[in-house]
Every structure is written in C-alpha cells, then in structure tokens.
Design a protein around this ligand. Structure first.
Ligand SMILES: NC(=O)c1ccc[n+]([C@@H]2O[C@H](COP(=O)([O-])OP(=O)(O)OC[C@H]3O[C@@H](n4cnc5c(N)ncnc54)[C@H](O)[C@@H]3O)[C@@H](O)[C@H]2O)c1
Length: 332
C-alpha cells in the first residue's frame, strides 16, 4: 500500500463524480466512493475502479481515509463536516455549505480545535482570471474598488438536464438560483472585495419548466468597505457567459469567463489590456482545486475558500430571502 492519502467522496451524484475523477487525476491520492444509492456506486466502481461504501460513518472509521469531500445536498453538509473534523480528517465541503446558520458555531469551533484543513469548494478560487484580478488589485495600483457589476447567465437545463428531479427544485434542499448559482458569484466578489454588509434583492421564477424556485435574481449590495455591487443572473438565457467589472478609483478591471480572459484599463486609457488564458475543460478548475486541497492537507497555504467565507455566503443567501419577503433592504 502506498502512503498516498485516501480521499472519501461522500455523495457521488453529479459533482461528487466530478470530484472523484478530479482527485483521481491528480495522481496524489486513492479514492473511495460513498453514496446511499448502490446503483451509483456500481457505476463508480466500474468507471473508476474505486472501492465503494454505502455508509459514510463506516467508511470514515477506516484509518486510511484521511481526507473527505462532502458532496451531498446542502442540508447534510454541516452535520457530516462536524463528524469528519471530530474524527481528525481533512474536509472539503461543497457549496452552499448550508441552508441556515444552524450548527455553524459548533462547526467553526470543531474546525479550530481540529488542526485539520477545512475549505469550501467555491471553484472560482481555482480559475486563473479571478486569481489574476485579486493579485492585481492587491498591488493598489488602481486604488480602491468603489463599484462592481456581475452579469451572469446560462441555459441551466443544457448543463443539468435533471434539474427538475434534484435538490435544485427545492429551497429546503439548497435549490433555486440564489443558493445554487448566485452563491458562486457572491463568494467570488467577497473573496476579492471583502464581505457584504447589506443588500436589496429581486428574484422570481421566470422561465424554467417544471420547477417553481427562482431562476432569475438581481441584487444590489453594499460591501463592508462601502463598494456598491450589482449582481444579475438568470438560468434560461442562450449564452453561457459571465462578466464581472470592478471599477476602482484609478482604473477598471474586467473578467470574461466565456473568453477566458481578464483585462485592465487605467484611467485615461481607451482600450482594454487583456490577458487571455488557455481554455480549461469542464474538469480543469476542479483538478486545480483538488491539487490545492491536497496541498492544504499537507499544511501548505492555498487560495481555497475558507470556512468563514462559506458561512458568510450563507448569510448573503439568507439576506436575499429576507429582502424578498419584506421588500426592503436586508443586513447580511
Ligand atoms: N461546485 C459546483 O460547481 C457544483 C456543481 C453542482 C453541485 N454542487 C453542489 O454539490 C452538492 C451536490 O450536488 P449534486 O448536483 O452532485 O447533487 P446530486 O443530487 O446529483 O448528488 C447528491 C448525491 O448525494 C447522495 N447522498 C445524499 N445523502 C447521502 C448520504 N447521507 N451519504 C452518502 N450519499 C448521500 C445522493 O444519493 C446523491 O447521489 C450540492 O450542495 C450542490 O449545490 C456544486
């Protein structure tokens, strides 16, 4: 038996299978697949030649299992993560980490005393464009960001044909555009600009067939540093595009995911100065994330989303629901 760590993937649905494949492709670990559905496990064993388990608690008791990736629907993330950290295993948790703040204090305390890595799988941290923008803003060359816009959309049924049958159709399971999709944008912006203070949200079900949850969201937010951020996202448009623009005191920065590039324009310039990256395939950022997480397990510093950032993103979601209910501004 090699001394590579064994990674237990809990929940081998859509994203669990992607994590399984991505961790396996690092060549740095062994993988065990866990799901309550035996048919899925038979599929994982056949495709990836991995060991399987229908019971995550039993699998966790195996001493070779040092690392866990939690890929169940959101309501189960926190109770599983608490157990995983209590057992002294490293833990990567899928987003959103929860649908409420229940158990967050316990999770934070258990993590702090565990000495283990615990991160949230906001995969934008593993893409080159936001990494470049974050590093550029940290130089201070353009001053402080005072306003930002996030414009995002895709045809969700094309990317997730089963959307009607999965957690997505139910807020209580982590579904809907706010908790499932916009949370990625929110975490990305908060990673770069810091936490949100307040927001006003408008959202509704506009188009997607067979579900009632919101597929369209707009929010105007203010971060703790005073920057004003406008988010708009829908899940039915034809183009799969994301554009984020950060307007700072002495220049602007732009990310265009669909063109794999980021650009800068200093005040006084008239053209964007672009840096374009080689396109990554759909697993690409997840493989980077898997390598980063294995680094974190070895005690190395990484750019992965922290547990505190994941909890903050849940607060943002809850404030969106609050604002929708009251029709007024909500505090995050
Ligand atoms: N980062 C991303 O890009 C991304 C993409 C999709 C989903 N997600 C997130 O990942 C999570 C899962 O999403 P999904 O699309 O893979 O859902 P899914 O429904 O396809 O898969 C979830 C799996 O978890 C299994 N499961 C549930 N309870 C379990 C338990 N107690 N033990 C073992 N297995 C259990 C289910 O049987 C199912 O196979 C959600 O929180 C979702 O928001 C993230």
């Amino acid at each position: 038996m090699s001394n590579k760590p064994t990674v237990l993937i809990i929940g081998c649905g859509s994203i669990g299978e992607r994590h399984l494949r991505s961790f396996q492709s690092t060549g740095r670990c062994h993988v065990i697949a866990c799901d309550t559905r035996p048919a899925i496990l038979a599929d994982m064993a056949k495709k990836y030649k991995v060991e399987t388990s229908t019971d995550w608690k039993l699998a966790l008791a195996n001493p070779v299992c040092k690392v866990v990736v939690i890929c169940t629907p959101a309501p189960y993330h926190v109770p599983i993560a608490i157990e995983v950290l209590k057992c002294g295993r490293h833990c990567l948790i899928e987003k959103p980490i929860a649908i409420s703040l229940d158990g967050m204090n316990e999770l934070t305390a258990v993590h702090e005393s565990s000495g283990r890595a615990c991160h949230v799988a906001y995969v934008n941290h593993s893409r080159p464009e936001p990494r470049a923008v974050k590093a550029f803003l940290a130089t201070g060359k353009f001053g402080r960001v005072r306003a930002a816009t996030v414009v995002s959309g895709q045809h969700f049924p094309t990317f997730r044909p089963a959307y009607r049958e999965i957690y997505y159709n139910n807020h209580a399971q982590g579904g809907g555009a706010i908790q499932d999709a916009m949370t990625h944008m929110v975490n990305l912006v908060e990673w770069i600009l810091g936490p949100t203070k307040s927001l006003l949200c408008e959202a509704d079900h506009q188009v997607l067939d067979g579900v009632e949850v919101e597929d369209t969201v707009s929010a105007i937010a203010r971060n703790q540093d005073g920057a004003i951020i406008t988010y708009t996202l829908n899940q039915f448009q034809a183009p799969n595009e994301l554009t984020i623009q950060f307007n700072a005191e002495r220049g602007s920065l732009k990310i265009e995911y669909h063109l794999n590039r980021w650009g800068q324009m200093a005040l006084g310039a008239t053209e964007w100065n672009w840096e374009t990256f080689k396109p990554l395939d759909r697993d690409g950022p997840f493989v980077i994330q898997a390598n980063d997480f294995l680094d974190a397990c070895e005690g190395k510093a990484t750019l992965l989303a922290t547990l505190a950032e994941g909890i903050q993103a849940v607060r943002f979601n809850l404030a969106c629901f609050d604002s929708l209910k009251t029709g007024t501004k909500a505090w995050v």
